[in-house]
Design a binder for this molecule. Structure first.
Ligand SMILES: Nc1ncnc2c1ncn2[C@@H]1O[C@H](COP(=O)(O)OP(=O)(O)OP(=O)(O)O)[C@@H](O)[C@H]1O
Ligand SMILES: [Mg+2]
Length: 385
């Protein structure tokens, strides 16, 4: 009996998400109220979980209540065509970034780079109408594995306009205005097409969390319809790239806009070596035992970010040894900065040993397994590799 209610609830919740995604606030509200009713009925059927269901029902009622707010409707109904208001346009123009990152600055991740480059190329190529490129590509994986770097390299490899948007900034800095900002963003992206809109930390737009604010709801609905809404050909193409390190937080409605999901994993030994080479460019590394550094880094679950930090610490260790005056504040202030020439020597294993002592990965094996499991279920291998 309870399972019947639960599946009814699931249906209703999906209905709610679908209507919201289409911008149909009234319909979404009805579904939200239905969700609350079903949960209340469940509370009666399952006395041991009564409180739990009642609490959830209350939350759905709040959701429905929020959707009543007239201002949200006004914004949602605002026309998407036409020039965005000046103030938003100025904000959005500020998000245009020029990227100097190239594929060569990214160590390892050969398959990922190829897959991303190929799909970005298809998106922006002149092509017959029958060929439909992906409008949305999701990069997911542990923190610091190079997702932002990959998006920048994709943009740097093309002459596309690159909009670098951090979802959490859009929600906090432009509090309550984020929906309008997203509309303006896509308006400008179309104007300046071909464009890549990169939404970093897209999970901030998730509705699965506790206490989701109405502004987030609206921002998400707008984003979904913007990604969907546009049917331009090659030259007018806007590709949305998104990145997250909590893919399981994403709503189904959002996930469905990103049919191509690319797993960006921790570096393996070969990748570590490449990343070390990249971050020690210009210095003599001939006496380093890269194999040992790679082995230790993989064992410690380091991401690219930790490896970059490791190299930096090792370099600083070398610099401090070679330039003892750097430790002497008195002398430092009297040195003419322009005339300062740092002495360097080849990097040694000892520099790295010192650095290893100070860097710890924030990840556990269990967390990595969670990414791998999600990749198997929803991303990566499900699609081409
Ligand atoms: N594959 C890599 N090759 C070279 N450097 C890397 C690589 N991965 C990470 N780095 C280094 O780590 C830094 C952080 O990487 P990046 O910001 O792309 O990670 P991210 O996956 O976007 O992390 P987050 O999920 O925390 O946003 C980069 O600026 C770079 O210095
Ligand atoms: Mg990032």
């Amino acid at each position: 009996m309870q399972s019947l209610y639960l599946s009814l609830f699931e249906k209703c919740r999906k209905g709610y998400e679908a209507e919201l995604a289409r911008g149909k606030v009234d319909e979404a509200r009805k579904y939200a109220l239905n969700c609350a009713e079903i949960l209340k009925a469940l509370a009666e059927k399952a006395p041991d979980r009564r409180e739990f269901y009642l609490e959830k029902a209350k939350r759905w009622e709040e959701v429905a209540e929020e959707l009543k707010i007239p201002s949200s409707r006004k914004e949602r109904a605002s026309p998407r065509e036409g020039a965005p208001a000046d103030e938003y346009r100025a904000q959005v123009e500020g998000l245009i970034t020029s990227s100097t990152v190239t594929w060569r600055d990214i160590g390892g991740l050969d398959d990922v780079k190829r897959l991303l480059a190929k799909n970005v190329a298809i998106a922006f190529a002149k092509r017959p109408e029958a060929i439909k490129p992906w409008k949305g590509i999701l990069l997911f994986g542990p923190p610091g594995t190079g997702k932002t770097l990959l998006a920048s390299a994709a943009a740097g490899s093309l002459k596309a306009t690159f909009f670098n948007v951090k979802a959490s900034d859009v929600l906090s800095k432009y509090y309550g205005e984020s929906s309008k900002l997203i509309t303006a963003l896509y308006g400008l992206a179309r104007e300046k097409a071909p464009s890549i809109v990169f939404i970093d930390e897209v999970d901030a737009l998730s509705l699965r969390r506790e206490n989701v604010h109405e502004a987030t709801r609206r921002a998400l609905a707008t984003l979904l319809s913007e990604i969907d809404g546009f049917k331009g050909g090659g030259e007018k193409f806007v590709l949305t790239l998104a990145s997250t390190n909590t893919p399981w937080d994403l709503d189904e409605a959002l996930l469905s806009r990103f049919p191509l999901r690319i797993y960006v994993p921790l570096p393996d030994k070969e990748a570590v070596k490449e990343i070390v080479r990249i971050h020690t460019r210009g210095l003599d590394t001939s006496t380093l035992d890269l194999e040992a550094i790679a082995e230790e880094s993989v064992k410690r679950l380091y991401s690219g970010r930790e490896i970059a930090n490791l190299c930096n610490l090792a370099i600083h260790h070398m610099l401090e040894e070679e330039n003892p005056e750097l430790a002497d504040l008195e002398r430092l202030s009297s040195i003419e900065v322009e005339g300062l020439k740092l002495k360097v020597r080849p990097l040694e294993m000892e520099d790295f040993e010192e650095a290893f002592k100070r860097i710890k990965s924030p990840l556990t094996r269990k967390e990595i397994e969670r990414y791998e499991k999600w990749a198997r279920q929803f991303g990566g291998s499900l699609y081409e590799r």
